[in-house]
Design a protein around this ligand. Sequence first.
Ligand SMILES: C[S@@+](CC[C@H](N)C(=O)[O-])C[C@H]1O[C@@H](n2cnc3c(N)ncnc32)[C@H](O)[C@@H]1O
Length: 244
Amino acid sequence: MTERPTPPVFTRVLPLLTAAPEHPDLERGYLDLLGGRPEAPSGPIQSFWETGFGSTLYDHAQSIARRVAPGWYRLPPRARPPVGGRVLDIGCGPGNFTAVLGRQVGPAGLAVGLDVSGPMLARAARTQTSDNVGFIRADARELPFPDGTFDLVTSLAALQLIPAPEDVLAAACRALVPSGWLAVMVPTPHDGLLHVVSRLSGDRTGLAFFDADDLAEQLDAAGMRTVHTRRTGPVLWISAQRPA
Ligand SMILES: C[S@@+](CC[C@H](N)C(=O)[O-])C[C@H]1O[C@@H](n2cnc3c(N)ncnc32)[C@H](O)[C@@H]1O
């Protein structure tokens, strides 16, 4: 059997990994670092995102939301990626935003989308992969990159699904180069409703909700500075810079 050549984007991604596999699994168009095994989902919503139907439905829903409410997906201005820079998009889902980042960094730059869901990544790989945009199946709680790898780390609408989000934030901060930016977007009910929704959803959904103070405290604890927050409708953006 002839070995297929490694797609150009992965020739750039593999050398960045903390421990590059000897035989990278690129069978499905993304780099699978979880050995094809399913991860235990954090709750029923994440279970749904790990199905073909769930990922298809999500992809259509988010493409409508992008058109109807583009402001939800707008990066905070200071956290724009540098041309030629490296970007990591945690919980990238079908990869549309990762591809936007790829266009912003340009051909000399690199945008890597990371997710646990095989069906989401299969969509991303099929529609969004390019020479500077590639996707990895890995768990955000164990980022496969050494500290100081990325100029920008983003995460949109994913943190609420991941157990131990404070560990994910801390790891994301460590993955940044000095002066690099982190930009996180989370769906957040308006202040008065936040605690009611959190209590009602509780353990049943596996979802966590955050307010700006929760996230700012976690970023502060991770040694980040210049924390900006912006609320646009039901979403909260928070961005912070790693000290030089
Ligand atoms: C609601 S989708 C958001 C997708 C994308 N960021 C967007 O805005 O269109 C949340 C994504 O987070 C992913 N996710 C959940 N837990 C994760 C984990 N532990 N590690 C990596 N990704 C995770 C899910 O599989 C899902 O694709």
